[in-house]
Design a protein around this ligand. Structure first.
Ligand code: HEC
Length: 119
C-alpha cells in the first residue's frame, strides 16, 4: 500500500511538472496582444517606423519586414537579444537598442518578443 501511494505520488508530481512545462511553453493571447500594443506604440517600441509588421499601417521600409519570425528565429532567446540590443549583431545598426537604452522595460521586451515571435 505504501508502495502504491508512493508510486501515485510520483506520478502526480511528474504530471504536475509536465503541466507546468506545457503551460510555460505556451504564450498567452493576452501577452501577444499586449506585446503588439507596445511594438506599435510610437512612444514605446515604434517598430513600424522601420519595419513592416502585419496589422500595422504606414510602416517604414528601411528595415527587413518582420515575417516568418519563428522560422528565422527558432531560438526565442536570440530574437529577444536582437530586440534588447541590435548593435551586438551589427555594430552599425540604426535599430535602437531597446533594452540597453532602457527604451523598453525588461517586461515590455518579453511581451514584444512574444508578439514578434508569433508573426
Ligand atoms: C530606426 C529603425 C528601427 C526601429 C525603430 C526598429 N528596428 Fe528592428 N531593425 C532595423 C534594421 C535596420 C534592421 C536590420 C539589421 C540591422 O541593421 O541591425 C533591424 C532588424 C531587426 C530584427 C532582425 C530581423 C532579421 O531578420 O534578422 C528584428 C527581430 C527587429 N529588428 C525587431 C524590431 C522590433 C521588435 C522593434 C520595435 C521594438 C524594432 N525592430 C525597431 C531598424 C529598426
Amino acid at each position: 500500500m505504501t508502495k502504491l501511494t508512493q508510486r501515485l505520488g510520483g506520478t502526480t508530481t511528474a504530471l504536475a511538472l509536465c503541466a507546468g512545462l506545457v503551460f510555460s511553453a505556451q504564450v498567452s493571447a493576452d501577452n501577444i496582444a499586449e506585446g503588439k500594443k507596445i511594438a506599435f506604440d510610437r512612444k514605446k517600441g515604434n517598430c513600424l517606423a522601420c519595419h513592416h509588421i502585419e496589422g500595422g499601417t504606414l510602416a517604414g521600409t528601411i528595415a527587413p519586414p518582420l515575417i516568418a519570425m519563428k522560422q528565422r528565429f527558432p531560438d526565442k532567446a536570440k530574437l529577444r537579444a536582437q530586440i534588447w540590443d541590435a548593435t551586438v549583431a551589427n555594430p552599425n545598426s540604426i535599430m535602437p537598442p531597446m533594452g540597453r537604452h532602457k527604451i523598453l522595460t525588461e517586461k515590455e521586451i518579453d511581451l514584444v518578443t512574444d508578439f514578434i515571435h508569433s508573426l
